[in-house]
Structure formats: structure tokens, C-alpha cells
Design a protein around this ligand. Structure first.
Ligand SMILES: [Mg+2]
Length: 417
């Protein structure tokens, strides 16, 4: 064991020079870590497709000479257009270390906890392998926007060139009404997507139901689960301004629905940061990773992210939940019910504290005027008073990048001098 540690220390010293490990610290060589990490991906590991400086070195600090993790690490991102296995492969290749799909938590990953919806006929919206993602989450009956476009092409009239006048293939009797909507991420062709979604909402899931007439809008509408409410995200460094995220699409849908019906759009659940349910699921995954590594359960969870409105606010909110309990603040999900139904309650509850670190390598930069573009995410703002929001978006520490954040944490635990 001592020989292994010497090799590891040598490798670190070669890379970091003056950084010196405490050889006497048992936690570097024995499997006794009681803290774990939740890393954001965009703005912390990558900027667009580019690996950020310090990310590789930070992972080196957390792995041994065989490139196995010495601490439980999970990656929590609001990305939804891919599957865990795909993101894990990309991270593994970029960071030169094996990252398992179980270490990756996407915005939609907590859908596995929503057993009540798995048997319903759902309209699933997003890009990429939407049906495959849904099936992996446990859904049995999935219809996509593309399916609706094939079944009911004449409903899509915004683009005159795509407009159909042939109603001979109208399919209505065999169509099983949609029972719930799952919004994974922003779709393509927003005008078509918005048309179909409003049609499904106001007709209670059957957009060609002949009995639907003006004035008979279905209300309350179908259950909606939305993933990833980020308004903006940072693409490659060559694109200096933030880009539209799923939150912008949802804002369009909310506004349209309100204008057309006079009612507010209601989300049954909101997944992805900053909602507590995503941190709950990430905690559960991190505890499983700790168990898999033969480590003791996590008691302190460090969240490292670049977005005060997403990573930091969410981590602080989850920390409040850990201290005080209660339902999800944003979406009113019964978190305790979800914990007991789908997680090992005791595993999650072993975590006593969730500590947020903000890094300046992504959307947040103290010296950057662009911060004025960052706005709170969509409907979530209504749940928080301005003063409370200001408190919740405050990180425990601000660091330059992932490497300096990890170094700081290892120093806090006397693992790094
Ligand atoms: Mg980020």
C-alpha cells in the first residue's frame, strides 16, 4: 500500500511540482472517504467540445495510479439530448479515465424515479434518441413529435410550403390519446413543436378529437414533466455570447398557453438543476459509486459548477432540504416519497451537507459583463423571493476552475498541502 502511494505521490509531484501530499493521511491510501463530488460538465469540464484547462489535472488528483477513482465522483449536467452511456464515453475519452454511465446524471435521469408515469402514453419531446432515452427511463408507450407529424401532418400550417390540403389520411379513431407530456429538451422546428404541444394540451391529448370546439379547452391540462430549464448555455469559446437553452423554448410554450387559454401552464415535476429532485438523484448515484468503490458512505457532498442560478442555487436548496426536509421547493414533488419509493432512503440521508463551489471557467465570470444576461430560470423564480434567491445563489467558495476547486477541497480534508 505504501509503495502504491509513493508511486501516486511521485506522479502528482511530477505534474504539480510544489504540491505536496500528506503521506501520513490515512484517507489517501485507505478506503475511508466520507465525502464525494458532483461535477457540472459544461463550463467546468468542457466549453462546447473543448476540454477546459485544469479538468484533466483535477481528475488526476482524484484517481490512483491505475486511473481508478479514489473518491466518489458523479457528473451532473442539464444536457438531455444524449444517453448516459454516450456522455460517459465522451468524458472517458477526454479525461483518459474510465467513467461509468452510472456516474453520469443527465437532466432526465430522475425520470426513472417516476414509476407512476411509466405505463402512461407519453408525448416525449426533444432531440437525439428520444424514444431510446424514454425506454431506458422505463416508459412503455412513447409518441414523439415526429410521430405526430406523420400521423397529423395537416395540423402543421405555419410553414406554407409544408401545408397539407389532403385530409384523406386523417387518423383519429385509432389514435390513443396522449396521457402525459415529457419535455426532455428543445426540439427542432419550434413553430411546429409549439403548434402540436398546444393542440395536445387543449384537447386533453387527442388533437383530432372531433368534439373539441372553441370554448371547450381541457383544463386542468395533462401532466407535464419538464427537464432542464436553463435559459442559456455556453457554446465553444469562439461564440462569446450564451446560446438559447430549453428554458427559452419553455418560456415560449408558457407564454403561448397563457395567451391562448388564459390559464397558467403547470408542471407536475421539473427535473434538472436547480431542482432538488436532480440533486437527490445525483446523491443517490454518488452513494452507489462510493459503495462500488468500497468507500464509506458520503457525508459531505461538494458540488462544483459554473452557473449560480443552476448549480449553486440548486446545491444550496438541496442542502436546505437535507437540513430541514420538506417537499421540492420548485416543483412541489414529494421528495421523501420519491426517496422511499425508489432510492435507498438511508443511503441518501447519510449525506449531511451539500457544499457549492462556483468556478469561473464557464458562464459565470466576475470580470465579465455577460453576467447581466443570466436570468433566473423560468417559472422557478416565482417560488423564491428576491432576497432569498440572492442568498441561495451564493457559493461557499469561488475558484478559478475545476483544478483549483478540487485542490481546495482536498486541502480542507488535509489530503493536499
Ligand atoms: Mg454549466
Amino acid at each position: 500500500m505504501r509503495l502504491l502511494f509513493s508511486t501516486f505521490a511521485k506522479r502528482i509531484n511530477q505534474r504539480y511540482g510544489s504540491l505536496r501530499y500528506l503521506q501520513s493521511s490515512a484517507s489517501t491510501t485507505t478506503k475511508s472517504s466520507s465525502f464525494g463530488f458532483v461535477f457540472d460538465i459544461d463550463g467546468v469540464i468542457f466549453r462546447g467540445r473543448d476540454l477546459l484547462p485544469g479538468a484533466h489535472e483535477a481528475i488526476d488528483l482524484l484517481t490512483d495510479e491505475k486511473k481508478k477513482f479514489r473518491f466518489p465522483v458523479v457528473f451532473l449536467t442539464n444536457g438531455t439530448h444524449s444517453m448516459r452511456i454516450t456522455r460517459a464515453q465522451r468524458l472517458s475519452e477526454a479525461l483518459d479515465v474510465e467513467i461509468l454511465p452510472s456516474q453520469v446524471v443527465l437532466a432526465h435521469s430522475p425520470l426513472t424515479m417516476f414509476n407512476d408515469f411509466h405505463g402512461k402514453h407519453v408525448l416525449m419531446v426533444g432531440q437525439g434518441p428520444v424514444e431510446e432515452i424514454g425506454a431506458n427511463m422505463g416508459f412503455k408507450k412513447i409518441t414523439t413529435l415526429e410521430d405526430l407529424g406523420t400521423l397529423f401532418p395537416y395540423l402543421d400550417c405555419v410553414n406554407f410550403k409544408r401545408r397539407r390540403h389532403d385530409f384523406s389520411t386523417v387518423v383519429s379513431t385509432s389514435f390513443q390519446p396522449i396521457e402525459a407530456i415529457v419535455l426532455l429538451g428543445e426540439p427542432l422546428k419550434w413553430e411546429s413543436a409549439l403548434q402540436y404541444l398546444v393542440d395536445v394540451l387543449i384537447t386533453n391529448g387527442n388533437p383530432v378529437e372531433p368534439s373539441i370546439t372553441r370554448g371547450s379547452i381541457a383544463h386542468p391540462h395533462l401532466p407535464i414533466i419538464a427537464c432542464n430549464l436553463d435559459l442559456l448555455w455556453m457554446a465553444e469559446a469562439q461564440l462569446p455570447l450564451p446560446r438559447f437553452g430549453h428554458g427559452i423554448f419553455l418560456t415560449c410554450l408558457e407564454t403561448l398557453y397563457r395567451k391562448l387559454t388564459g390559464y397558467e401552464l403547470h408542471y407536475t415535476a421539473i427535473l434538472g438543476k436547480p431542482s432538488e429532485v436532480s440533486f437527490l438523484h445525483a446523491t443517490y448515484c454518488a452513494q452507489k459509486v462510493a459503495h462500488h468503490l468500497g468507500l464509506s458512505p458520503i457525508e459531505k457532498l461538494y458540488v462544483i459548477g459554473d452557473n449560480p442560478e443552476s448549480d449553486i442555487l440548486g446545491a444550496n436548496l438541496f442542502n436546505r432540504y437535507l437540513q430541514e426536509g420538506g417537499v421540492g421547493r420548485f416543483d412541489h414533488s414529494d421528495l421523501k416519497h420519491l426517496e422511499e419509493e425508489t432510492c435507498h432512503y438511508s443511503d441518501v440521508k447519510q449525506v449531511k451537507e451539500c457544499i457549492p463551489f462556483l468556478v469561473e471557467s464557464g458562464i459565470y465570470n466576475q470580470k465579465c459583463e455577460m453576467n447581466s444576461f443570466i436570468r433566473p430560470v423560468s417559472l422557478m423564480l416565482k417560488e423564491l423571493k428576491e432576497q432569498e434567491r440572492q442568498i441561495l445563489r451564493r457559493p461557499k467558495h469561488v475558484e478559478k476552475n475545476l483544478l483549483s476547486a478540487v485542490q481546495k477541497i482536498l486541502k480542507i480534508h488535509n489530503i493536499l498541502k
